[in-house]
Design a protein around this ligand. Sequence first.
Ligand SMILES: [Zn+2]
Length: 100
Amino acid sequence: MVLCPERLAKPLKPTQHIGMKTDIAPAPPGCLLLTKDDVVSTRRHDLLERNRLLARIDAALSRMDHGLFGVCTQCNGPIPMRSLEADPALARCPDCREDC
Ligand SMILES: [Zn+2]
């Protein structure tokens, strides 16, 4: 609340009062309050995840261009179609993914 001298010089109406007022109500129980740092951190995490996904998609497109889509980048074996249907950006077969 901002108090200006002009307003303080005027008499208050019976319905007015001077006091502390906060614009931020306490969070109801069970609610999560996020700080600006929390929001920035979450945004940064989202951007990193999107960049990783774009990199995986770019790599899959490159494998397509080179006729290697669906070929495991580790063992050169086939990546099952059902796996590629679930995640077309997969670079390794299920056996090689388990080795990680
Ligand atoms: Zn493999």
